[in-house]
Write a protein that binds this ligand. Structure first.
Ligand code: HXC
Ligand code: NAP
Length: 273
């Protein structure tokens, strides 16, 4: 575990996290619970989200778990209303629900493409649009979880690339519109994170994992605490003047292929290519 929890930096804060039953978002939830936040966690599966909340409560934190599909605006709104009623006005909202599968565009039905756009992009609109009425504003912080695919095209990821690109622009538009109300809106763009469903789908074998790492400037996957620390920073007054940004926490993913032989094999010094 990292050194993120020096004190109760989020004591008294109410935090709503969509897509919190596993992976990066559950990592953020655990991190925030240790920092003193009171959490409302949402995902589709009632058993998975109840287990996530129970694991936080068992560890001494405070969390309620609710089943809601982010594609269902009314369900999202009901979960937010319950959060405000039971925990108080909401200080921090994380929109991280997502879906992914690896497929070429020609191997994807219209519904397959739409499904990922609906969960990632429309889901983020739903969470942010619906939360506004329940925020503790001015001073609220909204964070979407995007991905390098928003900026870097990737084979067999047309749906994710399109959806995450939409999230990046949505974040900037909402930051402009809601800044005057004292609501900051940002996104975090994680690189490949170890031990997640996302990377299990994108790089399912040790060989693929090694190839992924060889192309990264920092030559390794990140871990969930890297993203949680970034989210913690964006959620405190230390980030009070930051809005409309996409914060890359990605080992250099967006720089492109950083492998030694990316374009040319190594040459003897002084020899022309
Ligand atoms: C082609 C596929 C497919 C596949 C599903 N579909 N899997 N098409 N190849 N491998 C199609 C289906 O055939 C269907 O289209 C449509 O997608 C919807 O499928 P459902 O199973 O009905 O959808 P649903 O139950 O809503 O599940 C959504 C899901 C699923 C995205 C398909 O995988 C899921 O629940 N994922 C959540 C967990 C997850 O993906 N975690 C990783 C997040 S990582 P038809 O036409 O047949 O009806 C991430 C990016 C990380 O987001 C970036 C890392 C760098
Ligand atoms: P994950 O564990 O599969 O997390 C996805 C979460 O979203 C789960 O809690 C899932 O729970 C929930 N979810 C899915 N569809 C939903 C819906 N329609 N409504 C509500 N909740 C839904 O995946 P992860 O790899 O940790 O990814 C988490 C986030 O980080 C995603 O936004 C992903 O795009 C982003 N990201 C990941 C990586 C990586 O390396 N893993 C890199 C860049 C960006 P239920 O199944 O219970 O609904």
């Amino acid at each position: 575990m990292s050194n993120a929890f020096k004190d109760d930096v989020l004591a008294g804060k109410v935090v709503f996290i969509a897509g919190a039953s596993s992976g990066i978002n559950l990592g953020i939830a655990r991190h925030f619970a240790k920092a003193g936040a009171r959490l409302a966690l949402v995902s589709r599966d009632p058993e998975r989200i109840a287990a996530a909340a129970a694991s936080i409560n068992d560890a001494g934190g405070s969390a309620i778990g609710m089943a809601a599909d982010v594609r269902d605006y009314a369900a999202v709104e009901a979960a937010l209303a319950r959060t405000r009623n039971e925990l108080g006005p909401i200080d921090i909202v994380i929109s991280g629900a997502a879906g992914n599968f690896v497929a070429p565009a020609l191997g994807m039905s219209a519904n397959g493409f739409k499904t990922v756009v609906d969960i990632d992009l429309i889901g983020t609109f739903n969470v942010f649009r619906a939360c506004f009425a329940f925020l503790n504003a001015p001073g609220a912080s909204l964070i979407a979880i995007t991905a390098p695919q928003a900026v870097n095209a990737m084979m067999f990821q047309a749906h994710v690339c399109a959806a995450k690109a939409g999230i990046n622009m949505l974040v900037k538009c909402l930051a402009m519109e809601w800044g005057p109300a004292g609501v900051r809106v940002n996104a975090i763009s994680p690189g490949p994170i170890a031990g997640t469903e996302g990377m299990a789908r994108l790089a399912p074998t040790p060989e693929m994992e090694a190839r992924f790492k060889a192309r990264l400037a920092l030559r390794d996957y990140g871990d969930k605490d890297d993203i949680a620390n970034t989210a913690l920073f964006l959620s405190t007054d230390n980030a009070r003047y930051i809005t409309g940004t996409i914060v890359d926490c990605d080992g250099g993913s967006k720089l492109g292929d950083a492998s030694a032989d990316a374009l040319h094999p190594p040459k003897a010094p002084g020899k022309a290519a």
